[in-house]
Design a binder for this molecule. Structure first.
Ligand code: AMP
Ligand code: ZN
Length: 139
């Protein structure tokens, strides 16, 4: 896609700090890292989000995430690694080319805000009704 920065990275028109590549995916360091080792994994084929990405590319992303997360564990020995993937401007997706975030937390780093939500028990009737609505929409 013409104006997509991640497509430009795939084509070599913009630089990146590459950590992994195979025929379908590319993984590189996020240049505004939430933590040390914050890495993005993207499909080489442009797809905006989870609704658009092909099953084969999605599979490749997740197989690559295991490889890269294993390398992060080996290289940085983090306390843990969070994975995160945003779909839509309404949830703050900024780059409209599918990307999976791998966000490690090392022992000298504060708790990650993306993993620190408070648990508060919900309304069981509302949860049941919403679950049924989603389930009924599955094809
Ligand atoms: P989001 O779309 O909100 O899931 O996040 C987009 C992510 O892409 C942010 O964490 C940015 O720091 C990151 N980002 C944007 N441009 C680049 C770039 N040229 N190289 C590496 N990371 C980038
Ligand atoms: Zn793109």
């Amino acid at each position: 896609m013409e104006d997509c920065i991640f497509c430009k990275i795939v084509k070599g028109e913009l630089p990146c700090f590459k950590v992994y590549e195979d025929e379908r995916v590319l993984a590189f360091e996020d240049i505004n890292p939430i933590s040390k080792g914050h890495t993005l994994i993207i499909p080489k084929n442009h797809a905006e989000n989870l609704w658009q990405i092909s099953p084969d590319d999605l599979t490749a992303i997740h197989l690559a995430s295991k490889k890269v997360a294993t390398a992060i564990k080996q290289a940085l020995n983090p306390l843990g690694v969070a994975t995160l993937q945003l779909n839509g401007k309404g949830v703050n997706q900024l780059v409209m080319h599918y990307h999976l975030h791998l966000v490690p937390r090392s022992d000298d780093e504060p708790e990650l805000s993306i993993t620190a939500w408070e648990l508060e028990q919900g309304d069981m009737e509302a949860i049941r009704a919403t679950g049924e609505k989603i389930s009924a929409a599955l094809v």
